[in-house]
Design a protein around this ligand. Structure first.
Ligand code: AMP
Length: 637
């Protein structure tokens, strides 16, 4: 490999190549930042068909880089046998082989098991902070090994899904990393989902184990698991982080599983496990559930690894990053945009918190000198309102990522002023595509657009009702496919058929407009979903359950504007006889085990349901009615 060829590549990337010699180093001399480094890797992939990793500790000189490329080329097998080496067991929908091969050839998908980068970091550096507890990379790696070994000893094997419904704790991180290590995909389940959703997740995933917190005054997920367990014979183990109560033989102490001091344990020995293949299912995410309960999506080590790597580049995450995980880490926004996994992959520090108390969050930012965090707009509103009186020093914050729901431009501007940091809008979905505004974008872009794909391989189409591309700049439904997007839902062909086109594009159900500067603006949605401050509520789920009330003959749930959450659920019902009141509806839904955040906050009675077409509720008319009611602040019925 000649240095001149490398100079060509650098020149194409816009790097000034005059005066560059064989000894010129990428970081020290050319000062390539994380985005340029990622672009260089991609360019080398395209030009020379190699996948080189420029994120290790080495600062390559041009001659060193040439040698690395030569070595990598020599080691590349004729054909990539990744797909063929896949472990039998868990089968998830997959993108067609030719596209998968292309993603590998270009270097988007890399053969690196997720989470293993923690072993490459300086063992003395701080990896996790939780309350007063600090965990170094050395301790984290040892804990992950220990938990992996103990899970294997319990009989949990590669290909066994394990439902993880835990808050942001050290045990959560250690368990997820240990499951990734042994190839038993965690099913990441938000702690606020109720027994209703959990039952459907268990039906679909048939997990070998589930991990939940111990009983507290506020939640009893363990109680729900105990009730559901007899109906789910696959569930061999219940791991509990905290006080379990009941028969100790029925549950396993997760905190004990992480604890080094367990008699008879061969501590320090690496877990005797075969590392997962890049194409194996690494983990499962849950969809927002537009048509009922959440659907499962299998993410592989290589496709999710790509999401983490590309989003880390656009968020500017490095070993100096201190990332505060304040929203539930079971969501991909907090786990991988670049979130916990991205920060740990870069050797930074993750601070684990909770979103309950804005003062507590601001205090954590001050105490830990947090540089990055991610939040939904509703949370940002609370922080911004709290800051002037709370008086915390939040000057360390460099990047505030805001996403999950529409961010108002005025709030974006207030947040920038209050924190003095970069606002990065994030518009993504668990199915894949992640759009980000960039750190150097002008305010106009970061305040008013939802960014552009973080992964250069993501394809987007904006189509009209007939599936035809709309003219430039017009609003249409966003369709997407690419190396970061799944090919379908797990064990759910009907839902896959509805949500994906024949050529593999995911129908997001979001209405967007592509601006001239290449950024997307989310203008609305066509899916029947209510986005309550980033928490998604399926209208269909509410409607089906409300029909169980004896006098209700028709029901339709729509979004009602709300000053803090953006939207709340407003339920319209038609009753034959005495109509139910809001309390009765909410009690029924709670009795059925529905998550509390999904309960309607407004109930309206109608003499008849307005209908369109083949007898579907006229949701546009109902949404307008809900908006008028909100504007008039008519008291709830
Ligand atoms: P989830 O899969 O739970 O992450 O939800 C994805 C959905 O949330 C998207 O399809 C959008 O409807 C909505 N969403 C996410 N981020 C944004 C954003 N920045 N602005 C508006 N809607 C968003």
């Amino acid at each position: 490999m000649s240095i001149a060829l490398l100079q060509d590549v650098l020149q194409e990337l816009g790097v000034e190549t005059e005066g560059i010699t064989a000894d010129t180093r990428l970081r020290a001399d050319l000062a390539l930042d994380s985005i340029e480094t990622a672009e260089l890797e991609l360019a080398l992939g395209r030009r020379f068909g190699v996948r080189v990793d420029l994120w290790d500790a080495t600062d390559y000189s041009l001659v060193g880089l040439a040698e690395l490329i030569d070595r990598t080329r020599a080691a590349v097998p004729e054909a990539d046998p990744v797909a063929d080496r896949r472990r039998p067991g868990i089968e998830i929908p997959r993108v067609p082989a030719d596209r998968a091969q292309e993603y590998r050839d270009v270097g988007w998908w890399r053969p690196v098991p997720l989470g293993t980068t923690i072993y490459q970091q300086d063992p003395g550096r701080c990896a996790l902070v939780a309350g007063d507890r600090r965990v170094t990379y050395g301790e984290l790696a040892a804990t992950v090994d220990r938990v992996a070994r103990r899970l294997v000893a319990l009989g949990i094997e590669a290909g066994d899904p394990v439902v993880v419904q835990l808050p942001n704790t050290v045990e959560y991180v250690a368990l997820v990393l240990a499951l990734l290590r042994i190839g038993a995909p965690p099913v990441l389940t938000p702690p606020n989902l109720g027994a209703y959703e959990l039952e459907r997740i268990l039906d679909r995933a048939e997990p070998t184990a589930i991990a939940v917190p111990g009983r507290t005054r506020h939640s009893d997920q363990l109680g729900a698991v105990r009730r559901l367990r007899p109906k789910h014979p696959s569930l061999a183990h219940v791991l509990v982080a905290g006080v379990a109560g009941g028969d100790p033989a029925e549950t396993i102490d997760l905190i004990g599983l992480c604890d080094p001091a367990r008699p008879g344990d061969t501590d320090g020995a690496p877990a005797a496990v075969t590392p997962p293949e890049p194409g194996d299912a690494a983990l499962f995410l849950l969809s927002s559930g537009t048509t009922g309960p959440p659907k499962l999506m299998g993410r592989t080590h290589e496709d999710y690894g790509y999401v983490v790597a590309s989003t880390a580049a656009v968020a500017g995450v490095s070993a100096d990053t201190v990332y505060l995980a304040v929203m539930p880490a079971t969501h991909t926004f907090v786990l991988a945009y670049p979130g916990i996994i991205g920060t740990l992959s870069a050797g930074g520090t993750v601070v684990l918190g909770g979103a309950e108390n804005p003062q507590g969050t601001l205090a954590l930012i001050e105490r830990e000198r947090v540089t990055h965090t991610a939040a939904v707009p509703a949370l940002v509103t609370q922080w911004v309102n709290c800051l002037p009186t709370a008086g915390y020093d939040v000057s360390s914050l460099a990047v505030l990522q805001v996403g999950g729901a529409r961010l108002d431009a005025a709030l974006a501007a207030r947040a920038k002023d209050a924190f003095g940091c970069v606002i990065q809008q994030v518009y993504g979905m668990s199915e894949g595509l992640a759009n980000f505004t960039r750190l150097h974008d002008p305010d106009e872009t970061t305040f008013t657009s939802q960014g552009r794909p973080a992964c250069p391989g993501d394809e987007i189409l904006i189509v009209d009702e007939d599936g035809r591309p709309v003219p430039d700049g017009q609003v249409g439904q966003l369709l997407t496919r690419g190396p970061s997007t799944v090919a379908g839902y797990f064990r759910d062909e009907p839902a896959t058929g509805r949500a994906f086109t024949a050529d593999g594009f995911y129908r997001t159900g979001d209405l967007v407009r592509l601006r001239r500067d290449g950024n997307l603006e989310v203008t609305g949605r066509i899916k029947n979903l209510i986005n309550r401050g980033g928490e998604k509520i399926s209208a269909e789920e509410l409607e089906q359950l409300s029909l169980e009330l004896p006098t209700v003959t028709a029901a339709a749930a729509v979004a009602m504007p709300h000053p803090v959450y953006g939207e709340i659920a407003c339920l319209f019902v038609v009753a034959d006889g005495t109509p139910p009141d809001l309390g009765q509806v909410r009690r029924l839904l709670l009795d059925r085990g529905l998550a509390r955040h999904k309960l309607p906050e407004r109930l309206e009675h109608l003499p008849a349901m307005p209908l369109i077409g083949v007898g579907k509720p006229d949701r546009t008319a109902l949404r307008e009615r809900a908006a008028r009611l909100a504007a008039a602040s008519v008291p709830a019925s």
